[in-house]
Design a binder for this molecule. Structure first.
Ligand code: EPU
Length: 287
């Protein structure tokens, strides 16, 4: 990554022409003309005041496909990663790694996040899209969410219209969250976490670069099953391939471009529509 300097006249970290493939789990994407890393909500507000174009907000880069030509301004929330624990309440910044939060709570005997193991997100990204899996979703354990709404505000869970893979925050930048957990025996939490992790490893291509599930499930149907039933597992465009393990993952087999992934997405959508008259909706974000 090119050296970072301070943003004009401030103490805020900023880089130019930063290759985004280094910041996404897909390992794909052109450069960000400006890549800014505020460390506090106040710095974030200061950055937003100086910009004359809308920024892209980056967490762990786990659910995005960045186009090959790159984007303008990216704000990474990685440095906004505070964590504090008060009994069964955990307050955590948007930039904190969600997998680390899951392990931390398990090791400290706090139940509520152990089945959300293996979600490669930042806390902010996971909240923004209400990430989850077979055993629950992040809002199950949320007490409140901190967002930037002009000013930083704390919104209680009861005021948030979250739903399946949608944090209901209307595009507001997530600054962090407050989780309400329950004291429990760390050994039993560890065991449960391992069970879920083993199940995921058996059914998802977690060792290949990807952005997780590409499409939302057209509930009650499963996108992965529809894709498999079209015989699309293993279909390739260049370095992009529909995972032979799970039909709803596209994996980067090495050197895939965003254009190749987009072409493969179109093929999958077309074939699923032709076979089942179901329009698959993207879960991943395209920048
Ligand atoms: N299935 C197939 N073929 C496939 C994939 C799945 O037949 O290629 C079948 C499975 O056998 C199962 C059903 O489809 O009967 C559902 O599959 P699975 O349990 O793997 O879950 P999913 O609905 O495909 C969801 C989330 C995942 C999460 C898993 C497990 C969505 C879009 N996906 O997948 O989340 O990890 O449950 O908890 O909601 C993500 O959001 O990025 C993601 C990976």
């Amino acid at each position: 990554m090119p050296a970072l300097a301070h943003l004009r006249g401030s103490g805020i970290w900023c880089g130019t022409d930063v290759p985004l493939y280094q910041h996404t789990t897909f390992r794909i994407g052109g450069p960000a003309r400006m890549f800014i890393m505020p460390a506090t909500p106040e710095e974030l507000q200061e950055v937003l005041r100086t910009l004359d174009e809308p920024p892209y907000i980056l967490g762990s880069g786990a659910n995005v496909l960045v186009r090959d030509e790159g984007v303008g301004v990216v704000i990474s929330l990685k440095l906004m990663n505070h964590l504090s624990v008060d009994g069964e309440r955990v307050e955590v910044g948007a930039g904190y790694s969600f997998p680390k939060l899951v392990s931390y709570t398990v090791e400290n005997g706090l139940a509520g996040l152990e089945t959300l193991v293996g979600i490669p997100a930042s806390v902010g990204g996971a909240i923004a899209m209400n990430a989850g899996g077979r055993f629950g979703e992040i809002f199950d354990a949320i007490e409140a969410v901190d967002v930037l709404d002009g000013e930083p505000v704390r919104v209680p869970r009861s005021d948030i219209p979250f739903s399946y893979r949608n944090g209901g925050l209307n595009g507001k930048i997530v600054l962090g969250g407050v989780f309400r957990l329950k004291h429990a025996d760390p050994e039993s939490l560890r065991r449960r976490m391992r069970e879920v992790a083993d199940l995921k490893h058996a059914t998802q291509p977690l060792r290949m670069p990807s952005a997780g599930c590409v499409f939302k499930n057209p509930r009650p149907l499963s996108a992965g099953k529809l894709i498999e039933d079209c015989g699309l597992k293993g279909r390739r465009v260049g370095g992009a391939m529909v995972s032979p393990v799970h039909g709803n993952f596209i994996v980067n087999t090495g050197g895939a471009t965003a254009a190749e992934v987009l072409k493969l997405i179109d093929i999958v959508r077309d074939e699923v529509f032709r076979a089942f008259r179901v329009e698959l909706e993207l879960e991943i974000k395209i920048w």
